[in-house]
Design a protein. Structure first.
Length: 275
């Protein structure tokens, strides 16, 4: 072909090779997986920070309950105080927009007995978000809404403590009931043994009385008393007859007895002569 003709031929642009469908799908999947991993890592970091903050707050509330309240007050006073604090918190959680649940008067007799007078209880209320205020020359403790997270955590810790104390009470009640049952069983056993002993003695006494009455009746009738039971003689008895010794000699049992008796008499005579 003439070079001039080659130059005059139109140039057709070539399309770049298209990627395979599976290759494209794999690349998309890798990109999505990387995005998911980054999102999961960010969420974990955020939840970890929230958890750490709540953990420290929970530990603070736990220390305020025990030893703060439980060890510094009589047990029944501490439990009643915790129940009052829990009721205040649950009322606010259930009715977050009603102001009547968000304050209390320290002069109220119940509040004074359960929150003001015991040790550590008013401090717990402050940690829940209650702060002292004066309204119309009257002291109040008003709750501030920014402490909702503290309120929820504090209420959860109170429930945890009360549940633990209920378990202790149940365990103590079972222990006392078992001790009482064991004592009652021991007393009943001793009484039964006493009754059985008395019953056995009564039977023996009755038999002896009947025997005495029977013997008295026989004597009154001129009869001889009942013969005593004969004691059986269990001593070995010699069998009559004869036999052979190991040397083959024949021995008569009666003769051997007589010989033995004679030998015994001879021994006695010898002893007399020696004297």
């Amino acid at each position: 072909m003439d070079p001039q003709e080659i130059l005059e031929q139109p140039i057709v642009p070539q399309e770049p090779p298209r990627p395979d469908h599976d290759t494209v799908a794999a690349a998309i999947e890798r990109r999505l997986q990387a995005e998911r991993e980054r999102s999961a890592a960010a969420a974990a970091a955020g939840s970890s920070a929230i958890f750490d903050g709540n953990h420290e707050k929970r530990q603070e509330f736990r220390r305020m309950v025990d030893p703060g309240i439980m060890r510094h007050n009589p047990r029944h006073v501490a439990l009643e105080s915790l129940q009052t604090l829990l009721k205040l918190a649950e009322n606010i959680i259930a009715h977050p927009n009603e102001e009547k649940y968000q304050k209390f008067k320290p002069t109220n007799p119940t509040i004074k007995r359960t929150l003001v007078e015991p040790r550590g209880t008013l401090e717990y209320a402050v940690a829940l978000g209650f702060h002292p205020e004066i309204d119309n020359f009257q002291p109040y403790y008003a709750w501030r809404k920014r402490h909702m997270n503290d309120l929820r955590i504090g209420a959860a810790i109170i429930k945890e403590a009360l549940d633990r104390e209920v378990v202790k009470e149940d365990r103590e009640a079972r222990r006392k009931a078992e001790e009482k049952a064991a004592k009652e069983a021991a007393v009943a056993k001793v009484k039964q043994a006493f009754y059985d002993d008395r019953k056995g003695r009564a039977v023996v006494d009755e038999r002896e009385r009947i025997a005495r009455a029977a013997a008295e009746a026989r004597r009154a009738a001129g009869l001889s008393p009942e013969p005593e039971a004969q004691v059986a003689d269990h001593r070995p008895k010699r069998m009559p007859g004869s036999g052979h010794t190991l040397s083959g000699d024949m021995v008569d049992a009666d003769e051997s007895d007589e010989d033995a008796a004679g030998a015994a008499r001879d021994d006695d005579d010898d002893d007399d002569d020696d004297e």
